[in-house]
Design a protein around this ligand. Structure first.
Ligand SMILES: *Cc1c(COP(=O)(O)O)cnc(C)c1O
Length: 392
């Protein structure tokens, strides 16, 4: 087997350097743990950048994929497969009863949503209101929807038709609506923007505005969906339903897979010939997606996500009392943000040196997206490493 150094030097020569990578080559994962090429163990509180909601190599997903891969890997969307329909049914039944379009990534799901808005809206209406601090992906449409200038530098001109307003500011939304506005697009809880939860009543008021102005409401649940927050979808906490919802990251149990769900009144506007994705809803992703939902239900993982999330929050809040470093702790289920009074990267590195993988976003927010099937013992072990690093 290659050493970390050998693996890294091949990258440096042949892989484009568009990511900032830590000098660790990971070779194996199991549940909330990974091992590097030298056999060093890390607890992973950020598996797969949110894709590993069931941890590394969850057994039911591995089995479903192994079975499917030997039977049928891919057929194009000019035919029917049992798995894609079943996957759509399961997602629809657990959300708002809509229909699904399948693709392979969060950005791609959001592109589908943007197209659906334009296809469905009356002529002349095409603008979408999005929120500062949002993250919707890296393709040109999705990055144009993303209201963070740092992701735009050098890419202009962006796709026209997005209006950015401050997150949580209902007056700003109201003022931004004009005759050309077609939709509002929002993450119910902002992930990349620092795990920001919406102010009381905000999502409900957005729904009312959409109803009175005949706009479509899009929830980007790429990060918050599929059980991350202890509900199937984050919007279910706020008692509002979107017209369109996008899912990716954890939706296929850690494999590449994504979906856009749309209400039945809206979905048919995505008519034949107007949109497609070659690998979208392929039998392997679909088998993994079905197995993901089954596993979450069989193992009561929504409840476990809530329980483990509470353990994280209470442990961290206790520590907050003894330090000025932590400004705020936010979260819902196994989606936790720790806002610091200092730059966060140094703490990510300190944790890594002590065998814990976490993430920092928005400069000063440590983001934890631990698996929803995390056990208390591993949670406590990881939290001790984290708190130790924050103490120093
Ligand atoms: C990660 C993310 C995306 C982009 O997903 P990709 O699969 O990387 O294209 C979009 N929206 C949100 C909320 C995300 O967290």
């Amino acid at each position: 087997m290659l050493s970390s150094q050998e693996i890294i030097s091949t990258y440096n020569k042949y892989v484009i350097g568009n990511y900032t990578r830590y000098p660790v080559a990971i070779v194996r994962g199991e549940k909330a743990e990974v091992w590097d090429a030298e056999g060093r163990r890390y607890i992973d509180f950020f598996p797969g950048w949110g894709c590993g909601l069931l941890g590394h190599c969850p057994q039911p997903i591995v089995e479903a994929v192994q079975k499917q891969v030997a039977r049928l890997i891919h057929v194009p969307n000019t035919w029917y497969t049992e798995q894609q329909g079943e996957w759509a049914k399961k997602l629809s039944e657990r959300s708002f009863g809509g229909q699904a379009f399948f693709c392979n990534s969060g950005a791609e799901a959001n592109e589908a949503a943007i197209k659906l808005v334009r296809l469905h809206s009356p002529k002349g209406k095409y603008k979408i209101i999005t929120f500062q601090g949002s993250f919707h992906g890296r393709t040109m449409g999705a990055v144009s929807a993303t209201a963070q200038p740092k992701y735009h530098t050098g890419l202009e001109p962006l796709l026209a038709g997005f209006t950015y307003v401050p997150y949580g500011d209902i007056n700003a939304v109201q003022n931004a609506i004009d005759d050309e506005t077609a939709a509002i697009m929002i993450e119910p809880i902002q992930g990349e923007g620092g795990v920001r939860t919406p102010p009381e009543g905000f999502l409900q008021t957005l729904r009312q505005l959409c109803d009175s102005h005949k706009l479509l409401l899009i929830f980007d649940e790429v990060q918050t969906g599929c059980g991350r927050t202890g509900n199937w979808f984050a919007y279910q906490y706020y008692n509002v339903e979107p017209d369109i919802m996008t899912l990716a990251k954890a939706v296929a149990g850690g494999l590449a897979g994504a979906a856009m769900l749309a209400r039945r009144e809206v979905a048919p506007s995505l008519r034949p010939g107007m949109h497609a994705s070659t690998y979208g809803g392929n039998p392997i992703a679909a088998a993994a997606g079905i197995a993901t939902i089954d596993m979450i239900e069989k193992e009561n993982l929504l409840q476990n996500a809530t329980k483990i999330g509470e353990l994280f929050i209470s442990t961290l809040k206790e520590f907050k009392n003894e330090t000025d470093l932590i400004q705020e702790i936010r979260g819902c289920g196994v989606m936790i943000g720790i806002e610091l009074a200092a730059e966060g990267t140094q703490y990510v590195k300190a944790c890594m040196d002590n065998g814990l993988l976490i993430n920092c976003t928005h400069n000063n927010v440590l983001r934890l997206l631990p698996p929803m099937n995390l056990d208390e013992k591993t949670a406590t072990e990881g939290l001790e490493i984290l708190i130790d690093a924050l103490r120093k």
